[in-house]
Design a protein around this ligand. Structure first.
Ligand code: ATP
Ligand code: MG
Length: 353
């Protein structure tokens, strides 16, 4: 069993409170992704789970056992960091075998475990190489392999792909997705800044802000039913447009949120909002139009394929059907067009778990 239960967890450095009343129930075998702005406490939360940081208050259970005072090496956890820190003078095989040698694992068993991990990560052809003769993605896979051979109950990843270039990120992301499938009983907790990694890898995403859990849910729950302006703006890229003041008044809300992909351009000024195009980006597959409708922030409208709209043009647009979100003065959701507000929108974290 590798379920994790975090109850009323606080982390303080002196009088700085970095994590505040964290409550999470993570099921055995789940893939959980932590997201949130820089400095919100993602790495600290991961490090308290691993035991690299102590807990100031609260309780952490792994597999039904309270581990607050259990040493990191005895928690059944393996952690993979952003910088992979391999031993440069050791081959791939020896890097992966190192922790097993330390625990005096028999030679034949080491051989079996390392070869199985190398196979899973497509590293078999490189076992005799030194790290300097590997690409960044291959090195990161060695770091993951080093963790796999220890057969952890819980895998912790802290932005493992952020040092890789775009193509390698995609390839290694797919390796991690395959890893998750091949280890269905292993719980994985993954920190990232990357929207695509969060949306594609996660069974559930935990959104953190200033050391507080803002919302927990499946990627689509967060995308479709953000419970706060913060989560609405944080999940999705480019981020949700927020229309306020007179622009929101017809919708009887303090703020109306519409994702760029949920805007549609209407001819002859017939849209809910109109303005001047200040900038447009053609990406080939789709395009983004930035329009000034008299708010501080430009409104972004996504169109399929190339756009006929360019700087200086006048443009008018509306949400597609019910695809908009209404928020009150406090930033709480009021429901959208035909979509009823989710039940109990105020206290999502503990109740939904
Ligand atoms: N040893 C420490 N002493 C004091 N404050 C610390 C210490 N370690 C971290 N912090 C503070 O705790 C907060 C959370 O840091 P943490 O590294 O968990 O953020 P993060 O969400 O992982 O950010 P990033 O996305 O930039 O990696 C930050 O404000 C940081 O300055
Ligand atoms: Mg961090």
């Amino acid at each position: 069993m590798s379920d994790l239960k975090i109850t009323g967890l606080y982390k303080r450095y002196g009088n700085i409170e970095v994590l505040k009343d964290i409550n999470l129930d993570i099921r055995s075998g789940e893939f959980i992704v932590f997201v949130g702005p820089s400095g919100c406490g993602k790495s600290t939360l991961l490090r308290t789970i691993s035991g690299l940081e102590t807990i100031s208050a609260g309780q952490l259970e792994i597999g039904g056992r309270v581990v607050n005072d259990v040493a990191p090496s005895k928690r059944g956890i393996a952690m993979v960091f952003q910088s992979y820190a391999l031993y440069p003078h050791m081959t791939v095989f020896d890097n992966m075998a190192y922790s097993l040698k330390l625990t005096r694992t028999p030679r034949a068993e080491i051989e079996k475990k390392v070869r199985a991990a190398a196979d899973m990560l497509q590293l078999s052809p490189y076992l005799d190489r030194l790290p300097k003769a590997l690409s960044g993605g291959q090195r990161q896979r060695v770091a993951i392999g080093r963790a796999i051979v220890r057969n952890p109950q819980v895998f912790l990843f802290d932005e493992p792909l952020s040092n890789l270039d775009a193509a390698l990120r995609v390839a290694t992301r797919m390796e991690i997705a395959k890893l998750k499938e091949s280890l269905p009983d292993t719980t994985m907790i993954y920190v990232t800044h990357d929207q695509v990694e969060a949306m594609t890898l996660a069974d559930r995403i935990v959104v953190l802000k200033d050391g507080v859990v803002m919302q927990v849910g499946t990627p689509m729950e967060l995308y479709d039913h953000p419970q706060s302006l913060f989560v609405a703006g944080f999940i999705g890229s480019p981020q949700m447009n927020f229309l306020t003041g007179p622009n929101a008044a017809p919708y009887k809300a303090a703020t109306v949120g519409v994702r760029p992909e949920h805007m549609e351009v209407l001819p002859d000024g017939k849209g809910a909002w109109s303005g001047k195009v200040i900038y447009s980006e053609d990406l080939g597959s789709d395009s983004y139009i930035y329009a000034d409708i008299g708010q501080d922030e430009a409104v972004i409208v996504r169109q399929d394929g190339k756009t006929p709209y360019h700087s200086g043009d006048t443009i008018s647009f509306s949400p597609k059907g019910d695809l908009y979100h209404r928020f009150d003065e406090a930033g709480k959701p009021m429901g959208s067009g035909g979509v009823a507000a989710p039940v109990d929108p105020v206290q999502p974290d503990r109740e939904l778990l």
